[in-house]
Write a new protein. Structure first.
Length: 141
């Protein structure tokens, strides 16, 4: 008898799983394709229709974002506070599935805006984590 498949199949590939079970915003473990050990992420269930994987959060300056290449590669900060998810993680996520990028921003006067890109990928380190975006929608520019 031969083995046709060796590996694991997970329901929680991304935050949409937690959205579908009506979980609140918070830190969850997801299993994107190619990551058998899983990945901890912050899932935003409140913005738009919810189910967003938050890749960066900055709100009070408590974390220094002036960091080295390797620090950005691996990610830094705390998922329950200010953080960068990590360029390697972004590459893994955006090449395992199709994702949309949403950027929410607030200026110094409290004016808010958003930008959505229906095409969103981050290449690998060999390609310097090149950002690939397209199909813009929003009010941020």
């Amino acid at each position: 008898m031969s083995r046709l498949f060796s590996g694991y199949i997970y329901d929680n590939e991304d935050c949409s799983y937690y959205k579908n079970i009506n979980a609140p915003s918070g830190v969850y473990k997801i299993h994107p394709e190619g990551v058998s050990t899983g990945m901890m992420v912050y899932c935003d269930m409140n913005t738009g229709s919810g189910g967003w994987i938050v890749i960066q959060n900055r709100f009070d300056g408590s974390v220094n974002f002036y960091q080295t290449w390797n620090t950005y590669k691996n990610g830094f900060g705390s998922l329950s506070g200010e953080f960068w998810l990590g360029n390697d993680n972004l590459h893994t996520l955006t090449y395992s599935n199709k994702y949309m990028l949403r950027i929410d921003m607030t200026d110094y006067l409290g004016v808010t805006g958003y930008a959505e890109y229906y095409i969103f990928r981050v290449s690998d380190e060999a390609d310097n984590y090149r950002l690939i975006i397209g199909e813009y929608n929003g009010d941020a520019g």
